[in-house]
Design a binder for this molecule. Structure first.
Ligand code: NDP
Length: 330
């Protein structure tokens, strides 16, 4: 059946400015790293994407290697986009990245060369079936490629019209400052940085957020639920079909008794606030206005709905923050 987006989709949606740019992003964005490869039913993927759009989630994040297999998340997105979302292209912010190994031979092994980045972007556009992405990222810093070359490739992507904005992911504060300066000289300002950030992973508070705030660069935090650890999912063991059960990127070794003690305490605090733990963890990651958006994953519509419920209660008082700090540790 032809998809028609919910006419009320923006009524309860929340948008935040990306650094000092003109671009607004939803406070909660959807990433397709897991759950959108060929190992998951296309109908589940479609239901999650439709629901996201219906609830005003305008930003969808991809990368060349999301799957499995590599490339399949972009291809599956492309299939759903062609069937459902094409009429809404101007309401969507689509991003992709290149930085990890992708295809055989020396030019597809990842890193930051101009050769790899620009070829990869062309491949991503073909898989997604779009003429341009809104944001093209260098997925990781490559110590073997001059930063001028990597940033020059992002600048070319923007000037060629294949991307509207440039982004970087997981660069340290120091490298971010260098990247900002190079891109500014080239006339293509750095729009956004995509780092990991959650209650269990707070490195950006020490190394990165000040740089982003000073330079006017946005921040979109990935894995804000620590891949599911900061939800009620693992409180009573490891459910079948969960990420930890599949031992993909979330090792069950991380679910130690000590870690779970903290998660249980956080879960109790969330309940006292009238929220799920996922909702409190997302609200917490958004408490600093320099964080433009949090980038969640979801394996079902129910998870997506639960997580979007975070927007109903974003504020914390000092006492709550202090108590969360006791359990929100690296
Ligand atoms: P999250 O921390 O949001 O983890 C998502 C997982 O948590 C889901 O797959 C699900 O696990 C579980 N979950 C989500 N919501 C709920 C809920 N409400 N209740 C219970 N469980 C829930 O983020 P991801 O690690 O998936 O990363 C999000 C996005 O960030 C990626 O899709 C990608 O776009 C980006 N990313 C970028 C990286 C980079 O290098 N730039 C690296 C990693 C991610 P389950 O599947 O077990 O049900």
């Amino acid at each position: 059946m032809t998809y028609l987006a919910d006419p009320t989709r923006y009524d309860a949606a929340a948008f935040r400015r990306t650094g000092r740019s003109g671009l607004l992003l939803p406070a909660i964005s959807l990433g397709l790293w897991h759950n959108f490869g060929d190992d998951k039913p296309l109908e589940t993927q479609r239901a999650i994407l439709r629901r996201a759009v219906d609830r005003g989630v305008t930003h969808i994040d991809l990368a060349n290697n999301y799957g499995p297999p590599y490339g399949s998340a972009e291809s599956n997105f492309g299939t759903i986009y062609a069937q459902d979302l094409r009429p809404y292209r101007d309401e969507l912010v689509l991003s992709t990245k290149a930085g990890y190994d992708m295809w055989p031979g020396p030019y597809g092994q990842g890193g930051g060369s101009r050769k790899y980045l620009l070829a990869s972007l062309d491949q991503s556009l073909a898989r997604m079936g779009v003429e341009y992405v809104d944001i093209f990222y260098s997925h990781r810093y490559d110590p073997d490629t001059p930063l001028e070359e990597t940033m020059g490739a992002l600048d070319t992507a923007v000037r060629s019209g294949k991307a509207l904005y440039a982004g970087i992911s997981s660069y340290s504060g120091e490298r971010t400052r260098e990247a900002v300066a190079i891109l500014r000289d080239l006339g293509t300002p750095l729009l956004i940085h995509q780092p990991s950030y959650s209650m269990l992973n707070r490195w950006i508070e020490e190394d990165l957020l000040d740089v982003l705030g000073e330079e006017g660069v946005g921040c979109i935090a990935f894995s804000p639920l620590a891949q599911g650890m900061l939800t009620n999912k693992y409180l009573d063991g490891i459910p079948e079909g969960s990420r930890a059960a599949q031992d993909k990127s979330l090792s069950p070794d991380l679910l130690t008794e000590q870690a779970l003690r903290h998660v249980r305490a956080l879960n109790d605090m969330a309940a006292a606030r009238g929220q799920s733990l996922a909702q409190m963890a997302l609200a917490w990651a958004l408490r600093d206005e320099r964080v433009t958006s949090v980038l969640i994953g979801a394996s079902s519509v129910e998870q997506l709905d639960d997580s979007l419920g975070a927007l109903d209660r974003l504020s914390f008082d000092d006492e709550e923050l202090k108590r969360i700090d006791e359990h929100a540790v690296d």
